[in-house]
Ligand binder design. Structure first.
Ligand code: ATP
Ligand code: LTN
Length: 346
């Protein structure tokens, strides 16, 4: 008689070390990671090579890489059960990108909205890596053969492309790669900018007033909320035609845990003058535990380095298995070791 061995399901996700994680990153993505790690074998990556596709100052990037990893821990990713690592510490990511470049059609990448938006902003300065960004993302994911990839709504198109690349590889070379499911939580999937309710809160928005960073001080939070764009209509409602009002109420709802009905009952007759200070206090309280955990993580000398070293070791082990198979299936031969004593190739 055979006993069924439970198969642990895997998840993989990542965020770019551009600036600092903000409330949108947490509510749209990292919060789902924290919940999922109890159930899944989890890999969370700081995608530093993706950050390099846009101009970065080297010293700022170095700091942002470490800060992002420390924020994963501060948000509740537990290194005892999850693997946290830095993308560039696992060279399999770039190697698999090259192999996928050899099967990914140009016109699939030409359709990518994020590329088109960023390319418009950069004008003449568009580099090849920005175009190739989604292929690196596909390599990140498929190396770990995950069942699920939890992301915010803006990543849907990149995830569809990842699935298409996996299918294409499997069609051409045999069924090696798992086609991952996309996990987008509805609540918090798209937190909008505080300065423009129609564009998403983003690390790379030039205005820091547009976002609440997880490490913002209470004073900074109060200032940003008081300056947040609003409208002149009296009475606050979850009305999709009032994007700024909707976004602020939505943040309040998620952080306070109160229902939309309760919130509308309380602020339905009020204006932003009454609501904004309440929202600021809810955010300040919500972020306090993150900020104290962050201080602990960065305060313990060597702790982060140990987590990242163990993480890259564990990640490399899994990634190298997939890479080896892909290499062989595409027709490459294994590396040949060279013996100095014998002066011969083995
Ligand atoms: P950048 O501005 O540098 O592109 P970003 O703020 O968009 O950065 P990423 O590192 O690209 O953040 O994203 C990390 C994760 O956070 C992704 O899963 C992404 O979908 C999610 N995310 C980013 N912004 C938001 C947002 N405003 N609302 C909800 N989820 C978001
Ligand atoms: N493009 C993603 C970051 C990212 C990612 C990944 C997310 C790079 N590789 C793999 C999930 C899985 C973004 O959030 N902008």
């Amino acid at each position: 008689m055979t006993t069924a061995v439970p198969i642990t399901k895997r998840i993989f996700s990542g965020a770019q070390p551009t600036g600092q994680l903000h409330l949108g990153n947490y509510l749209g993505a990292v919060r789902s990671w924290v919940i999922a790690q109890a159930e899944y074998e989890s890999y969370f990556c700081v995608v530093d090579l993706h950050a390099l596709t846009m101009p970065q100052k080297p010293q700022e990037l170095r700091e942002a890489i470490r800060r992002t990893a420390a924020l994963y821990l501060a948000c509740g990713i537990d290194p005892k059960v999850s693997t946290i690592f830095i993308q560039s510490h696992v060279p399999a990511h770039t190697e698999l990108t090259w192999l996928f470049n050899c099967i990914a059609p140009m016109n699939w990448l030409e359709r990518m909205i994020q590329y088109k938006e960023k390319a418009i902003k950069l004008g003449e300065d568009v580099n090849i890596a920005l175009f190739d960004y989604p292929v690196l993302q596909a390599a990140d994911i498929l190396l770990y053969q995950p069942h699920l990839v939890p992301v915010g709504e803006d990543q849907r198109q990149h995830l569809e492309l990842t699935r298409d690349i996996a299918r294409r590889f499997n069609d051409k070379f045999g069924n090696t790669l798992r086609i991952p499911e996309i996990l987008i939580r509805q609540e918090g999937a798209r937190v909008m900018s505080l300065q423009d309710g129609t564009s998403k809160m983003s690390k790379s928005d030039p205005s820091d007033l547009s976002r609440i960073n997880l490490l913002d001080t209470p004073e900074a939070i109060r200032k940003k909320i008081s300056k947040a764009k609003s409208d002149q209509i009296l009475g606050l409602r979850f009305d999709a035609n009032r994007p700024e009002c909707y976004n602020l109420l939505n943040i309040y709802a998620i952080l306070s845990g109160e229902s939309r009905e309760t919130i509308e009952a309380e602020f339905g007759e009020a204006g932003f003058g009454k609501f904004k200070p309440r929202l600021s206090e809810v955010i300040v309280e919500y972020l306090k535990p993150f900020q104290s955990r962050y201080a602990e993580v960065v305060g313990e000398t060597g702790y982060l380095d140990t987590v990242l070293r163990d993480g890259s070791e564990r990640a490399s082990y899994v990634a190298n298995q997939t890479l080896k198979e892909v290499r062989e299936q595409m027709g490459l031969i294994p590396p040949i070791s060279f013996s100095l004593e014998e002066g011969s190739v083995r």
